[in-house]
Write a protein that binds this ligand. Sequence first.
Ligand SMILES: O=C(O)COP(=O)(O)O
Length: 242
Amino acid sequence: MSVTHTDLPFDLILFDLDGTLVETAPEIADAVNDTLAELGLGSASLDEVTRWIGHGTRELLVQALAARLGRTVDAVRADTTYFTAAEAVFQRHYEARCGTRSHPYPHVIEALQALRAEGVKLVVVTNKEARYTARVLDAHRMAPLFHRIISGDTLPVKKPNPLAVADSLLRYGVDRSRALLVGDSSIDVATARHAGVAVWCVPYGYNMGEPIEASAPDRVIADFGALRPAVLRTATASAGCA
Ligand SMILES: O=C(O)COP(=O)(O)O
């Protein structure tokens, strides 16, 4: 049974984290380069690291090691002794870097506060592992803004599997026609399509080097100003919304 809380078009909004809520690439690149240096490997550019974001931090490290070792990603994954040691090095550096060079994008905090005040359920759905998600959100005092935070290792599967969305619809008793996923990548669009919910994307995030228009979200929004309740109401009245 679905519940309509407000005259807003959505009762539940799910948000990607990296590249959507918070710019994280610079400090992830710092942590990757701290790690590569400690392992005696060459550095990675910010552009490379930005393209590796999307499938979780562990996968990002696999990509970085494959690129600098000149090995395939399968070979890196198969060398579990080396990878486990490298992951421990990365974890130390990333935990130290979290919050040092990341920042919420414009209008994010105000839009979340206003939506929450209207009774909209707000959920983070990220492929980033929970220990890092918590550090990034805590660094910017953002965790209390959300009703639920679902990381890449919270459930047995991660995006683009739609389980996090389906589980949130069920938990909050929201019909999928009144839910929206806001993201920055083809992974977010695929997740929303699998779940049958609307998807709006920001153009400034990390889409593995591709323009977000190529992923065909329902809408590309300039920034979180488009998610302010007053703007959402206007959009609904004039266009019937997504
Ligand atoms: O950590 C990642 O690679 C991706 O995280 P995201 O799902 O918040 O974009």
